[in-house]
Design a protein around this ligand. Structure first.
Ligand SMILES: [Fe+2]
Length: 376
């Protein structure tokens, strides 16, 4: 591994990056392109429109196709919890080399990493753009040979000078920081410009995105509600798995700028129980306790039980493995819920629960239901 150059605080070029055996394995791997990227003619490649790309809008600026094989590796580590997938051991080896390279800062925690393969056909290139939110973007050239007149150079914007051109030398790594403008100039040869492309995105541990909550809720159901419980000899929630399968779980997340009640009321207005078994309203903005979530659900029950809607307050991080803090209100059709609960009761399901859970939740719920809906 040889450090070739550091460009301002923007990019790093390293030569002889990989051991030869790994380089060859990466080049010979049978990639299955799952996408043809940037396949449309885009005249901005020749500057014919006056929108030199500030953002990635004219990213798709190729004369020819770039074949892409995405999903070769995916690593997410958030607050010490690691999830990783490698399509093959060679990608794991490459990831380990990238991670331990001393010439750029690779974080230890709170990031999301993706790896893909790009194969540029003749006359392909990418216009000026930056990689937006990606914190570090890696290109590794895995073709065995590249002539300097074959094009495909990466041009990188420099602070006080003209752009710098980096040739596509085999076994070179180019690492570019986020928000640094760069482009790939046209390739001029039928030999494909063959690269491994990786993106590393930092996750701010203090910011909880909607996507993170959605994933967390799904994981909570998968890990806590759906597996067979030894004592119950059934899943904790025997209906959860099917509801996800039928696509009948709706997750809504409270947005910061509007009051809680206004948003939940809005979702209730267009809640159709023919399409939705359960609505999960998650709130990452008010950091209250589970008791408070239960209390809020109680207030909603008082208001909406008569309309055949039942609410349950919950905090996934109290009982689950979640590292995120948010509260959750589960909204279900009252009749469906009571019917399902009656069915479970007949099987002796609730005998395994604590007596106060049965009397405070199951029995009480049934009493309220009967008060509103049981015909005498
Ligand atoms: Fe890029």
């Amino acid at each position: 591994m040889k450090l070739n150059m550091l460009i301002d605080d923007s990019a790093v070029v390293i030569d002889e990056f990989l051991p030869n055996d790994l380089l060859k394995q990466l080049a010979d791997y049978k990639y299955i392109p799952n996408k043809a990227s940037h396949s449309n003619w885009n005249s901005t490649l020749f500057g014919l429109t006056d929108s030199p790309t500030k953002k990635s809008e004219s990213y798709s600026a190729c004369l020819n196709e770039v074949f892409v094989n995405e999903g070769l590796a995916e690593v997410k580590i958030f607050k010490g919890k690691k999830e990783e997938y490698f399509k093959d051991d060679i990608f794991k080896r490459l990831f380990n080399i990238l991670q331990t390279c001393p010439f750029y800062p690779f974080p230890k925690d709170n990031y999301y990493f993706l790896m893909g393969m790009y194969k540029y056909q003749q006359y392909s290139g990418i216009n000026w753009h930056d990689d937006g939110e990606s914190s570090l973007n890696f290109t590794i050239y895995i073709h065995p040979h590249w002539h300097k007149n074959w094009g495909g150079e990466i041009l990188i914007e420099q602070k006080d000078s003209h752009p710098l051109a980096i040739g596509s030398d085999p076994n070179r790594l180019v690492c570019i920081k986020n928000f640094v403008q760069h482009k790939v100039s046209l390739t001029a040869t039928p030999t494909p410009r063959h690269t491994i492309q990786c993106r590393l995105k930092l996750i701010n541990p203090n910011v909880i995105t909607d996507e993170m909550i959605r994933e967390d809720v799904r994981a909570w159901s998968k890990d806590i509600l759906e597996p067979i419980n030894k004592t119950l000899k059934k899943p904790r929630c025997p209906y959860a798995g099917q509801a996800w399968k039928d696509n009948k779980v709706r997750i809504e997340i409270r947005q910061k700028d509007k009051p809680y009640q206004e948003q939940l009321d809005e979702h209730l207005k267009n809640l159709d129980f023919a399409k939705t078994d359960i609505l999960l309203f998650c709130d990452p903005h008010s950091k209250y306790s589970e008791d408070k979530a239960v209390e809020t659900a109680g207030l909603y029950n008082e208001k909406y039980n008569k309309d055949n809607i039942y609410f349950l307050g919950h905090h996934p991080n109290v009982h689950g493995n979640s590292t995120l803090r948010y509260s959750m209100i589960l909204v279900q059709n009252f009749t469906d819920l009571v019917k399902a609960s009656d069915k479970l009761e007949k099987t002796g399901f609730y005998t395994h629960f604590k007596a106060d859970f049965y009397s405070h939740t199951v029995k009480r719920r049934k009493e309220i239901y009967n008060k509103f809906f049981k015909k005498n």
